[in-house]
Design a protein around this ligand. Sequence first.
Ligand SMILES: [Zn+2]
Length: 442
Amino acid sequence: MDTASAVQMVTAQIERDRDFPVELTRELVRIPTVNPKFESAAGLNRETDAQRLVAAHLAAAGLTTEQHEVFPDRPNVRAYRDGSGDRSLVLNGHIDVVPVGDRGTWSVDPFGAEIHGGRLYGRGGYDMKAGIAAAIAAAKAIHDCGIELAGRFEVHSVVDEEAGGFGTKGLLARADAPSAVIVGEPTEEQVMLCQGGLEWVRVTLRGRNAHTGWRYNDLYPQRDSADRTRPGVNAAELAARLITAVGQLERDWGCRKPAHPLLPPGVNTISPSVVQVGAGLGADGLPATMTNPAITPDVAVIDFDLKYLPTETSAQIRAEFEDFVAHWAAQDSWLREHPPVVQWELGDLHFPAFDTSPDFPVVDSIRRQRAALGKTTEITGFVAVCDGAFYRPAGATPLIYGAQGADAHGPDEWVDVNSIVDTAKVFAAAAIEYCGLRAAPR
Ligand SMILES: [Zn+2]
């Protein structure tokens, strides 16, 4: 058999079995797997139950399955069928979901998995239990058709993507990376070839405590400045100045650095997202006292969410940001003596960028299969970040492709039922063409 016939046979099998990925998505939605880092409550954090179901289906599809807990009661599933490493493909998906939010804003039960008008509603159906179900359906159809792949084929169902990708990081620390990975995040069936990098960076600024009663002496220097009225240096005001300066750097990045052809211009932003100011530096690195306005605050801690371009590296960006802060501080007599402290990987968060070539063969497989489904293919980039980030440094070429739907992380999240089935077909075709067929034994 040639690969084209194998693809035809397997996609026809998925079509015959089209209820399977849809019903599996529904089953998975009905098992709430809210990431416990965001909301911990009885019955809501059932990643273990969902992963048990995922692993059982993958084992039935002839894959060897392993489960490893990344955090207590939060296991990853790695399922694989052995084959050569140089044409090995992973289908990756995350089982965790974000909280429902205000239930009153939902018009359906968030964990009911109701289908209306071809839309499957529920938290995590779109982002991204449909992607996991499509990957399992692809594995099942390949198995049902008796197709043996030459390259190693794997499915990774991971926990904790929504809180920083610690599931995928944990999985890759234990297993050999594949040569290619499709991350099944919902992309509206677009092929997303790149994403920028993300860093959380903390800048700590130190001022000087004083009674705020002496502030006049800072604003209006007095003829006789006795030590008793030595004014403080207000860390809140230092923070305000730094935030303004970094805002200029952000605009400069957006205007000066050429935009990536697959991404909107200006996605390389630096958001000052968490600002904490007070008096005294606590052992936790945060201000010890934050409730006494009569003290000139001497500690400001600013946490920035910093996005950079797919063409840039983390090392480059870190050096650039640190230089900027150092030059800014050098212009001020106080800050020259009390330089800001810059800390990276806040909360261990660190998403490297990736920039996959449009010539990557999986892109062509997806395009061909979509053409067979009567669809054209749009190539674009991902403006957020996903687990594809961690496969790249491990040696795999990533791309993102997944189902159509809407309202990820919002009320009435839904995924298109037909799109789940088509995504399974695209995954199966990509796996067969990329991994190749195993030569029949003589
Ligand atoms: Zn997601």
